[in-house]
Design a protein around this ligand. Sequence first.
Ligand code: TYD
Length: 141
Amino acid sequence: MKETSVYDCTILELHKHHNDQKGNLTVVQSDETVPFQVKRVYYLYDVPGGEDRGSHAHKNLKQLIVAASGSFSVTLDDGKVKRTFMLNRPYQGLLVAPGIWRDLYDFSSGAICLVLASELYDADDYIRDYDSFLEYKEVHP
Ligand code: TYD
C-alpha cells in the first residue's frame, strides 16, 4: 500500500448548481469529482448530542465525507500528525485516504454525515484499536 499521511486528505469543493427559486443541487461523480469509483454510499443521522463516531482506520478504503445537513467535526490522524476539519457545507467533501485514523464528533442536531466509499463493506478492512493502528503504520507508513 502507498504511504499515506493526513496531507493526502483534503477538502474538495463540489460544484453547486444554484437556483434562486428552487434551491441547490450538488453532484458527485465516480472517478471524476472523486478520485475513485464509488461502490457504496452510507449515511449517519440521528447521532445524539455528545456522541462520537468513527474511532477506526481503514486499510484500503477511500472515502469522501460530506455534511449533507448540519455540521460535525472530523479529526484525522496518521500516527504522527492530526488535522481537524469542521464540515458544515453540503458542497464540500473531505477526501480521506486509506490508512488514516478518524474521529467524528460535535454532531449538530439533525446532522447528516454522507459517506461515499471506494469499496463494499468489509469488516476486515477496519483497524479498531489505536495501538494496532500505530503498529500498522510502522509497517505501512
Ligand atoms: P461503523 O463503521 O463502526 O460506524 P461508525 O464508524 O460511524 O461508528 O459501523 C457501525 C455498524 O454498521 C457496524 O456494526 C458495521 C455496520 N456497517 C455495515 O454493516 N455496513 C456498512 O457499510 C457500514 C459503514 C457499517
